[in-house]
Design a protein around this ligand. Structure first.
Ligand code: PMT
Length: 402
């Protein structure tokens, strides 16, 4: 690991708080600088001085402190770090992060951080398995946070069960993996399309589909977290763009095609997650058409296939990824699209099953490469699906550019 890489280690008030010292030392042994942030309750269980001495920098404890010179400590440090690791994390800290509550230094810091976040929970089994805690963990996973699951064993409450802090070596190993991954696409340009397109009949009526943009936005967020420069060409959605993404809003397939074509020659990775309308009206009227102007039939003409065009004009070293939204013969139809459109990867997306695909928070896909190698995912948040897709993209990119 490069010297000068800094990890922020969040420490909250679990009986296992002493193990945070081993986590700190583990990061240091791998060449990382560590800054410790403690909750007030953690500082009552173990002296901040111990962490300050080990880290060779003052441990930050609540209440919120302002550094001299008027700069805000949490923003300054949040910009510097390559990883925010919270070990141990109590149910309370997890709940605050999940809800965006910012009432102490640690929870405020979480909102300001742009680096990967790793949480190692530690608590009593009943608290860990409580549906509220599990819902909070799911929400954080959907927002891109990663977890080192606690272990089963003898707990401080003198019971056997789930909830014991994972071994410090496991936490350190996972943390190092995330630090490496935070740069795995550094210097690469990633172009993602998302959302639906709208084909207008007149100024108020259009042909569109159920795409919410969530899958494409999750892919953009994941690429950003790996250090890529991300352009997101998006049809109309109700979503906020991920922090640091360059958003290019479009409405029609024609606009999306033009924006993608202008940027494709510079892109190292192109991912077409948008649901582009296959048809449009032959013309768009300049005024709202009257009811009595329809005879019950509306003509449609095909739109150009953006992805197919990219497949014809592509650079060999770039990675081209398409989606295949299918209601039947999922893998067979997806593989056909991969061949016909000259893709490196196709993501086969079942859009018939309730709760995944269009306008859902979760997805379940098959990621297929040119050699027919298929990764069949579980049902996961779109962010986690995005992570698996980008793992495959990086594999293909690495093989092409060896
Ligand atoms: O947005 P969400 O609500 O999160 O939903 C996600 C999603 C279901 C929209 C997404 O996961 C998905 O499957 N996107 C592709 C939808 C689609 O249009 O699939 P298709 O099988 O019709 O098209 C195949 C590929 O060609 C796609 O990559 C599509 O972007 C591209 N295409 C299609 C038509 C067209 N005129 N130009 C294109 O580039």
């Amino acid at each position: 690991m490069t010297m000068g890489t800094t990890v922020a280690l969040g420490v909250s008030s679990s009986i296992s708080v002493y193990k945070a010292c081993e986590v700190l030392r583990g990061f240091q042994k791998n060449g990382l600088e560590v800054r410790v942030l403690m909750t007030l309750n953690a500082s009552r269980m173990i002296a901040p001085l111990l962490f300050s001495a080990l880290a060779r920098s003052k441990a930050i404890v609540d209440p919120i402190q302002e550094e001299s010179g008027g700069s805000i400590a949490h923003i300054e440090l949040a910009r510097e770090i390559s990883l925010f690791c919270v070990a141990p994390a109590t149910a309370n800290v997890i709940a605050k992060f999940a809800k965006g509550v910012a009432d102490d230094f640690l929870s405020t810091f979480y909102l300001a951080v742009d680096s990967p976040v790793l949480i190692a929970p530690a608590m009593n089994e009943a608290m860990f398995l409580h549906p509220r805690t599990q819902a909070n963990i799911r929400a954080l996973k959907a927002a891109g946070v990663e977890f080192v699951e606690p272990e089963k064993g003898y707990l401080a409450c003198r019971e056997e069960g789930w909830g014991r802090l994972a071994a410090p070596e496991r936490i350190v190993e996972e943390g190092l993996r995330l630090v490496r991954r935070s740069r795995s696409l550094a210097g690469k340009r990633v172009l993602v399309t998302a959302g639906p397109t709208r084909e207008y009949l007149d100024p108020v009526r259009f042909l569109s589909n159920r795409s919410s943009g969530k899958m494409g936005y999750a892919l953009a967020a994941e690429a950003l977290s790996r250090g890529a420069e991300v352009t997101l060409v998006s049809g109309p959605t109700a979503l906020l763009p991920p922090f640091r993404a360059k958003l290019v809003p479009v409405e029609t397939g024609g606009e999306m095609g033009a924006e993608v074509a202008a940027r494709a020659p510079e892109a190292d990775v192109i991912i077409m997650a948008a649901a582009v309308s296959d048809f449009r009206f032959p013309e768009t009227a300049g005024r709202k058409l009257k009811k009595n102007e329809f005879d019950g039939r509306i003509a449609l003409v095909p739109t150009p296939d953006i992805l197919e065009g990219l497949g014809r004009s592509r650079r060999k070293e770039a990675v081209l990824v398409g989606f295949a939204a299918e209601t039947d013969r999922l893998e067979e139809n997806a593989l056909r699209k991969l061949r016909e459109k000259n893709l490196d990867i196709v993501v086969a997306n079942d859009v018939k099953t309730e709760g995944i695909g269009f306008d859902a928070d979760e997805n379940q896909v098959v990621i297929i490469d040119r050699n027919g190698r298929a990764v069949r995912t579980e049902r996961l948040s779109k962010r986690e699906i995005g992570r698996l897709i980008l793992d495959e993209v990086e594999g293909v990119f690495g093989r092409k550019n060896r």
